[in-house]
Design a protein around this ligand. Structure first.
Ligand code: PGA
Length: 243
C-alpha cells in the first residue's frame, strides 16, 4: 500500500456471465460492499456496461469496460469508443490486458492511443503490463515492464489519475503468483518510473488466501482480479483485505 492512495479493487469479468448472472453478481457485490474501504470497480463485458452502470448508480461500486477503440467514431465494425462507454455510465477502462495483446496483437503504441482516447472521454484508464514466463526466466521482467510503461502511457495519464496494473502473464488464471519479493521489486521499479501519485495494482491469481499479503506490500495499491471476481464473496474478501 502507498500512504495517501486509496486502494482500488477491480474485477475483470473477461468474457463471462450471461445477463442474469451479471446482474446477480453485481447486486451481490453491492450488497456486501458496506464495510469495504477500498474503491470498488466491476468490469463486465461490453453488452452489460450500460445496464449495470444504471443499476449501480448511487452505490459505491463503479462500472468499467475491458477495452475501447482509439477513435471516437467511424467505420470500425465491432469496436466500441471510449466516448460511448462514458456515455453509458462507465468510469474506467482496462487497456492492454495481456489477453488483448495476445489475442488481438495490441502493441504498446495501440494501448497508448486507446489510453489517450479514454482520457479524452473522461474515463480512467487501467493500463496492464507484465512479462511472460520466458521473459521472467531470462531475467527481463523489470526491463519488459519498464518498456511497456514507457510505451503505453500517454501524456496526461498521471495527472488524470490513470492506473497501472502489473500482471505477469504466467500468473493470470494459473493459480501461480510471483513471490512477494518479486512483486515488491517490480512495483518499486514501477513507482520509480511513474511517480508517487499513480495507483499500482497487482493482478494474476489474486485470491482471498493471498490477497492480504500481496496488498500489504509497499507500492501495491490494489488488485485487478479475474477468476475470483466472478464469485462475489471472494471478490469482497479480497476487497476487505485491502483495509
Ligand atoms: P486472474 O486474472 O485473477 O484470473 O488470474 C487476472 C486478470 O487477468 O486480470
Amino acid at each position: 500500500m502507498t500512504p495517501g492512495l486509496r486502494p482500488l479493487i477491480a474485477g475483470n469479468w473477461k468474457m463471462n456471465t450471461l445477463v442474469r448472472e451479471a446482474v446477480d453478481l453485481a447486486k451481490a457485490v453491492v450488497a456486501g460492499s458496506g464495510s469495504v474501504k477500498a474503491e470498488l470497480l466491476v468490469c463486465p463485458p461490453f453488452p452489460y456496461v450500460a445496464g449495470l452502470a444504471g443499476m449501480l448508480a448511487g452505490s459505491t461500486v463503479a462500472v468499467g469496460a475491458q477495452d475501447c477503440h482509439a477513435r471516437d467514431k467511424g467505420a470500425h465494425t465491432g469496436d466500441v469508443a471510449a466516448t460511448m462507454l462514458r456515455d453509458c455510465g462507465a468510469t474506467h477502462v482496462i487497456l492492454g490486458h495481456s489477453e488483448r495483446r495476445a489475442d488481438h496483437g495490441e502493441t504498446d503504441a495501440m494501448v497508448k492511443a486507446k489510453a489517450s482516447a479514454a482520457l479524452a472521454a473522461g474515463l480512467v484508464p487501467i493500463v496492464c503490463v507484465g512479462e511472460t514466463l520466458a521473459q521472467r526466466e531470462a531475467g527481463q521482467a523489470l526491463e519488459v515492464v519498464h518498456g511497456q510503461i514507457a510505451g503505453s502511457l500517454p501524456e496526461g495519464f498521471v495527472a488524470a489519475g490513470g492506473v497501472v496494473a502489473y500482471e505477469p502473464v504466467w500468473a493470470i488464471g494459473t493459480g501461480k503468483t510471483p513471490t512477494e519479493e518479486d512483486i515488491a521489486a517490480v512495483h518499486a521499479a514501477m513507482r520509480a518510473q511513474v511517480g508517487a501519485a499513480t495507483r499500482l495494482l497487482y493482478g494474476g491469481s489474486m485470491k482471498p488466501g493471498n490477497a492480504a499479503a500481496i496488498l500489504a506490500l509497499p507500492n501495491v495499491d490494489g488488485g485487478l482480479i479475474g477468476g475470483a471476481a466472478l464469485v462475489a464473496a471472494d471478490f469482497l474478501a479480497i476487497a476487505k483485505a485491502a483495509g
